[in-house]
Design a protein around this ligand. Sequence first.
Ligand code: PLP
Length: 345
Amino acid sequence: MHDIVDLRSDTLTLPTPAMREAMARAEVGDDVWEEDPTVRRLEEQAARRTGKEAALFVSSGTQGNLVSVLAQTRHGQEIILDRDSHILNYEGASAAVFGGVQTMPVTTERGFLTASQVRENVRPANIHIPTTGLVCLENTHNRHGGTCCTPEEITAVAAAAHAHGVAVHLDGARIFNAAVALGRPVADFARPVDSITFCLSKGLAAPVGSLVCGSREFVARARRVRKMVGGGMRQVGVLAAAGLVALDTMVDRLAEDHEHAKRLARGLAALPRLRLDPEKVQTNIVIFHVDRDGGSAELAAGCLARKVKIHQIGPSAIRCVTHKDVDGEDIDRALDAFREITATW
Ligand SMILES: Cc1ncc(COP(=O)(O)O)c(C=O)c1O
């Protein structure tokens, strides 16, 4: 049990004692010179986990996506993505600002483009029209409530893109959640795509860092772009050391976060004016709607007064995310708070 139940995001997880110890002991060197042995170990481990030839340590998921887009597109091109994707909504239009790339947002059911949507949206050759440079996928899908798609779904989408000579990037910020939820290795999700980014600093609880993985040739280009955007870091093995502990010790336990999310969702669905389908909760994110004017603000304030923090993501929508710093008793406390606040609704 924790003093404050913080369900706002899995990015709020604190590093474990083993991570702090590994950080203190880390062997380091200048990583821009590719001489940091701990970063190299982390990159090798990331390449192995994703089944790719190479990997690059970057500062954040946002930087990983930016580097991946910039390394695979040219100015004036277009990227196809889901309209609720993180790249489109939460990365400050970075692809447009730094890459001169415009977005083609597509409305999807669970956050996942289908092969036919890719075929419909790839641009034909015509001097009036931008060329399609990249298809971007997201798994698990944040704004759709942690939904996951299967490796087979990704394979179908990638085949449609590749048939038109278009590369595919997977924003796998929470790909380990998808892998644990569906009982499949991360490499199965990564195999069909040209590049994948995953985060160490969300459910895996490391303080900083993401990895961009792909072919050796892609990673060489990504390394150059990372330097251009100021992401070349020096004795950064102190951070990579925590990432290695995250990959070694924090993956399997994600199943516990998924169970907590499911239990939270079932409890919420039983309360008045809260709308969600708990059967659709697949991983650690629970998004629900409040059918009452001003209800979501009332809920957020009421929870805060009871030391439970939740995240309002729209006028009527709330997001709760489970993670390693939320235990079973915390879920009970959160549900008690929701029950008290909605008792008179
Ligand atoms: C799906 C997805 N992609 C990318 C990111 C960006 O990661 P970061 O916060 O490390 O920049 C996030 C962060 O929440 C995310 O949810």
